[in-house]
Structure formats: structure tokens, C-alpha cells
Design a protein around this ligand. Structure first.
Ligand code: SAH
Ligand code: SF4
Ligand code: F3S
Length: 482
């Protein structure tokens, strides 16, 4: 896909660097590529890179962009961290995400001692926090560059700066209005791709750090999104995942406002595109228009991720979620009535400040009423700078842990009862890969996101095939190709 974009050989490196984007970045990519070629000759081998991703789909997508730039520069992507250029794309949504990164930095230091050519870049959500940057400046001097979430497109420029400097390069932007289009991106799969439709978040749920590290909500222009999807389809993609922290508020702040449902209608018309997924939906903004569009669509997958966070209206208020237990249940009911075959999934936080046993029972009640196909459950984690961090009545760890275990048990019981519901039916499966356990099997996904394993050859990877779901095994099916 990157080959469709600007040709680096046509860039005049004697001239001055352009001031407009993305031209400026292509100039620096060409400059860095010259350096990489020189190094290759010196070392008599190719230079390698890897991007290690922590966190959510937004970060996964950003990592594809970083990989796209590094490939364009001339590095070769490999697995693992014994490479010439490693990027850690970090997450800070919960404390344990940070702990994992610090834990692995010591290991990188050891690798760099063995390979003096190695460059280490840290980027992503954690780097938007001053305390983190201070700590790295002080205790992790071997890091070559730090940048944040708003300027990942500048990787080549930062690398060029680093090549001309002896010290760590730090470039963190507090926020941005800029959306740089038409940069290279390296896809993990040839047949499916994530597509950003918006960046940032304006919701300020009181526990959440994302709005502080990802900035204000910005929607991409529908024309840019459609152009990107058309190009992806021309390049072999049949499934797209539209990405945003709250896709239901897409387009509201554009000069010519458009709703998320309207965007879906336009994307549906793209010939060759077979499946459309999206995440995440905030329950407060989920419109009847969207339900209607989903119901009538042949391409939008039968899966909706609708994070509830808590079942208690009191706690939801303290969380600043802007819906109640009753209004959430009503929306969930509407969706299920419109699409009885839909798979509903959710996120739940246990142990939010002030959560009582009664509040927790309300959460269990919602789980039992909605009957989620699966749920991501989290122990509340204090994030400094968020309103919840300084709220009274923080829940004691053992109490939260005990509730967490009870919740998980209920979620799993219900999910287990639901997965068998398609047993015996013939369903369309998008084949994703050769089964990791047994290479005579393939693994793919149903429209509702459930995994299916069946016998078949790897030529089917990336294709939609009909599979009889013969046997349900807990959270996946064994099937037979029809
Ligand atoms: N924009 C998405 C969520 C992004 S963060 C949405 O609004 O649904 C993914 C999930 O992490 C959240 O849904 C929430 O359940 C969890 N999460 C966020 N902050 C957290 C915190 N401080 N402690 C525990 N879980 C948290
Ligand atoms: Fe965080 Fe809430 Fe925004 Fe989701 S909607 S990213 S939970 S602030
Ligand atoms: Fe983590 Fe940033 Fe995503 S904090 S969850 S990687 S938006």
C-alpha cells in the first residue's frame, strides 16, 4: 500500500525541507533512507525494526503507521526486540499498563549494550504524562527518542534530528488540531484493516485518562475516510474496523456535520467491501438511526461493543457517563429487538470510588438482564489527574477483588450459555489464519466475532467461506467447510 504513496527517489535532498505535511515527512523519510543504506553497506546486512504495541486498537493502528514509515525508510520488520530500531507504543489506561513498560525497559538497555546501532523510541499515551517523561529522562538515559500520541507522523523527522544530536530527543505535544493524511501504513493483515474515523475524546469519564493523553475529539472528513477505504478495498481488504473512542459522536463537529449512521450508509456502498465493524460505541450517543442502519445493512457485522462500566445509576453519575441503568437497558433491548442475532459485548469497571455492595449488585443485575456474549472486566485503577482519583471512599483492594471474581463468574456462565446458540447452522466465516495448534485447520471469524476452526487449506485465507458450525466448544466452534 505504501507504494501507492510518494516515491522517495523523486525527492530532492539538496533542496530545503518542505513546510507542508505530508511532503515534509516524505523528505525526512528519504533522508533517513539514505542513512540506512549507508549503514547497510557498513554493516553488510539489512537493518531491522519492530514496533511493540501496548493498549487498544487505536494504538495498534498507530503502530501500523509507525511500521509504514520505518519500512519506507528501509528497515525490515522482524519479530522480537533484538533489532536496530525498536518502538514501544505505550498505554496508560490502567497502572499495570505502565508497570509492564518499565519492566521491559531494563531488558532493552541490555540489548542496546550489545548492539550500539540500536535506536529506542518510546511513544504513545504514557508519554503524554509529565511524570513519565521526567522519570525516563532521569532513569532511562539510553532511550533515543520520546514522542506522544499527536505527532507519530513525525517519526522520520525525529529520527533525522536524533542522527544529528548526541542527546535524547523529546517532542511531546499537549494537543493538536492537525490530522495528517496520506502517510504510509503497514497492515498486519492483507484482507482486513482498521480505519481511524476520529481521534481523541471529549467525554471525560471521571476515571479515564484517555481525553488527557489523546486530546480533544476530532473527526476525519468523510471524503478522506471513503477514499482510504476505497484504496484499501482496491488493495484486497474486505473487512474494515472503524476506530474511535466514541464513534457515535462522529461528524458532529465537522464544518458540514454528518452522523455516524450516514457515514456507514456511504461506506456500505463501496463495492468489494464485505464487512464493516466499528468500536467503541458510547451508550449515551447511540441513536435510533444507527440501529435502523445496522438492521438494514448486509455488511455491518452482527456485533456491538457497548461498554456499560457499571450498572448502578449512582456510580454512573459519578463516572460522568451520562446515562442511567434504565436508559442503558432500554437501548440494549432496542438493539436486540431490532437484531435478535446480534452479539453484545461490554466493558465493566469494578471498585470505582464509593461503589457499595448494592451498587455492585446492580452491575450483576445488568449483566444478567443484557446477557453479554462476552465482557472485559477491569479492577478500577487510579489515574492521577482524573477526578475519580481524588474522590472519597476509594474501595479497598480485597473488597474490589472479591466483587471482580463474582462478576467474572457470572459473565462467564452467561457467555458459555450463549456461544452454543449457532450450533448446527451454516454461517459465513472470514478465514484469518492457519490454526496455531494444528496446521491442517484454519481459523476464522463469524460476523458476530466468534472464532471458528475447521479443516481447509491456506489458500482460503482472506476469503469468506460457508462453514457448518458442527460443535460448540465453550467460546469457539469446530466447523466443516461447505
Ligand atoms: N472509549 C471507550 C473506552 C476506552 S478505554 C469507551 O468509552 O467505551 C477501555 C476500557 O478501559 C474502558 O471501557 C474502561 O472499562 C476501562 N478503563 C478506563 N479507565 C480505567 C481505569 N481508570 N480503571 C479501570 N479501567 C479503566
Ligand atoms: Fe475514556 Fe470515557 Fe472517553 Fe471512553 S468515552 S475514552 S471511557 S473518557
Ligand atoms: Fe491505552 Fe491510549 Fe488506548 S491509554 S487504551 S492505548 S487510547
Amino acid at each position: 500500500m505504501s507504494s501507492l504513496l510518494m516515491n522517495l527517489d523523486e525527492i530532492d535532498l539538496e533542496g530545503k525541507e518542505p513546510l507542508t505535511e505530508p511532503e515534509r515527512q516524505y523528505y525526512f523519510m528519504a533522508k533517513c533512507r539514505k542513512w540506512v543504506r549507508h549503514k547497510e553497506k557498513e554493516l553488510n546486512r539489512a537493518l531491522t525494526f519492530s514496533v511493540v504495541t501496548f493498549g487498544c486498537q487505536m494504538n495498534a493502528k498507530d503502530s501500523e503507521k509507525l511500521a509504514g514509515i520505518l519500512e519506507k525508510i528501509g528497515y525490515v520488520q522482524v519479530e522480537g526486540e533484538e533489532v536496530d530500531f525498536v518502538v514501544y507504543n505505550t498505554c496508560t489506561v490502567r497502572e499495570n499498563a505502565n508497570t509492564r513498560v518499565y519492566g521491559r525497559l531494563g531488558y532493552l538497555n541490555g540489548l542496546k549494550r550489545k548492539n550500539p546501532n540500536m535506536m529506542i523510541a518510546l511513544c504513545g499515551c504514557m508519554m503524554q504524562e509529565d511524570a513519565v517523561v521526567d522519570k525516563i529522562k532521569k532513569s532511562y538515559r539510553f532511550v533515543d527518542m520520546i514522542f506522544g500520541t499527536h505527532n507519530i507522523f513525525k517519526l522520520a523527522e525525529l529520527m533525522d534530528t536524533r542522527l544529528h544530536s548526541k542527546t535524547m530527543i523529546i517532542d511531546i505535544w499537549k494537543d493538536t488540531n492537525l490530522i495528517v493524511e496520506d502517510l504510509p501504513s503497514e497492515r498486519k493483515y492483507s484482507f482486513k484493516a482498521g480505519v481511524n474515523i476520529m481521534y481523541g475524546c471529549n467525554n471525560f469519564c471521571s476515571y479515564c485518562i484517555v481525553p488527557y493523553v489523546r486530546g480533544r475529539e476530532r473527526s476525519r472528513n468523510p471524503e478522506d475516510i471513503i477514499k482510504e477505504v476505497r484504496e484499501l478495498v482496491a488493495d484486497g481488504v474486505i473487512e474494515i474496523m472503524l476506530l474511535g473512542q466514541n464513534v457515535n459522536s462522529y461528524g458532529k463537529n465537522l464544518k458540514e456535520p454528518i452522523s455516524f449512521a450516514e457515514l456507514l450508509v456511504q461506506l456500505e456502498q463501496i463495492e468489494g467491501l464485505k464487512r464493516i465493524r466499528f468500536m467503541t460505541s458510547h451508550p449515551k450517543d447511540l441513536s435510533d438511526e444507527l440501529i435502523e442502519v445496522m438492521k438494514n445493512s448486509k455488511k455491518i457485522c452482527r456485533h456491538l461493543h457497548l461498554p456499560v462500566q457499571s450498572g448502578s445509576t449512582d456510580i454512573l453519575k459519578k463516572m460522568n457517563r451520562n446515562y442511567t441503568k434504565e436508559s442503558y437497558l432500554k437501548v440494549a433491548e432496542k438493539i436486540k429487538t431490532a437484531m435478535p442475532d446480534i452479539s453484545l459485548t461490554t466493558d465493566i469497571i469494578v471498585g470505582f470510588p464509593g461503589e457499595t455492595e448494592e451498587d455492585f449488585l446492580e452491575t450483576l443485575d445488568v449483566v444478567k438482564k443484557v446477557r453479554y456474549d462476552s465482557a472485559y472486566t477491569f479492577l478500577y485503577s487510579k489515574r492521577s489527574g482524573t477526578p475519580a482519583c481524588v474522590m472519597e471512599n476509594q474501595v479497598e483492594d480485597p473488597v474490589a477483588k472479591e466483587r471482580f471474581d463474582r462478576l467474572l463468574k457470572t459473565v462467564q456462565e452467561i457467555a458459555g450459555e450463549l456461544t452454543g446458540k449457532l450450533e448446527g447452522m451454516v454461517e459465513e466465516v472470514l478465514v484469518e489464519e492457519v490454526n496455531t495448534q494444528d496446521s491442517s485447520f484454519l481459523t476464522g471469524r463469524l460476523s458476530n466475532n466468534t472464532l471458528v476452526h475447521f479443516k481447509g487449506s491456506d489458500e482460503l485465507i482472506g476469503k469468506l467461506v460457508s462453514v457448518k458450525l458442527s460443535q460448540c466448544k465453550g467460546f469457539y466452534y469446530f466447523g466443516e467447510l461447505i
